[in-house]
Design a protein around this ligand. Sequence first.
Ligand code: SAM
Length: 329
Amino acid sequence: MPLSDKFGRPITDLRIAITDHCNYKCVYCRTGNEGALYSDLPFSDYLRFARVFASLGIQKVRLTGGEPLLRKGIVDFIRELSQVRSADGSALEIALTTNGHLLADLAQPLKDAGLQRVTVSMDAVDPERFARITRVPNGFFNVLAGIRAARRAGLDPVKVNCVLLRGFNEDQIIPFGMFAREEDVVLRFIEFMPLEEDRVWSPEVVVTLDEILARMAEYRPLVEIPHARSETARRYRFDDGVGEIRIIAPVSHPFCGHCSRIRLTSDGKIRTCLFSVWDHDLHALARRGASDDDLAAFIQEVVQRKEARHHIGEPDFIPASRTMVHIGG
Ligand code: SAM
């Protein structure tokens, strides 16, 4: 039986944060004063956990962080991960989410090691604005080089994630549309969620799916194309067929009903939802000498506690016990 929760949602998608460190201090994510708060584990621990998850039916693993490319040894780790088989004998789909700062030199080695896809986070296509958001000078051209290297390496489709904040970078919508067409990448706008260190979220700051579509239509109309039910993003093409835009709208159009995800933090805690108010210590269990069967039983039990949905914007909303950068987005 594939892993599924008490609502019958199949859990097929594991995200592993392989470090809590990040070299960017994006204003909507971090305070800029805090560094890493949690430890990293040896790769052998993540590999063991990935094997156990895979034996339960996990099919996709996405590496994230913090910034995963800061972690030395990631290429060898991916090579080993690519040998892991899911319960049905198939190889895992391996993907990576990165800020792209170090990607230019790593894209080809990562691809050769077995990485299939990459998502690069980029919140402005204007170098100065990019520096103001990331609080790192001259990052933009590194990231652009990373995106181009990923395309050359065949890490297709290269996706670019952009989080929009009202009054800050919503004027980047149309430039991002042009960027998607010129660079031949899938551009994904993500609604801002209350998962930041600095508590700056309010419903008014969120630039919603409807607004993004309306603004982009001033440049060129978008036509919706079908998406799989389990996909979190709605998909659009420009009317001339060039360039794909996706919108992930957890705030205005929640998709919790078909969430297939589970997360492992850099210090080995399982999180069943981005908005969980507790986590489940897989690493502590392993350290106490648990067998793989014990770990599998623990994972199955934890999955049953997966939350039905998030409560963003509702009066009973309780902030998550960790912010995005310390969970792994
Ligand atoms: N460092 C990597 C990166 O930049 O992609 C991986 C970690 S980062 C936390 C993962 C993603 O979460 C990024 O695309 C980032 O823009 C997004 N993110 C961070 N805070 C967010 C928030 N409050 N709402 C929506 N997305 C957020």
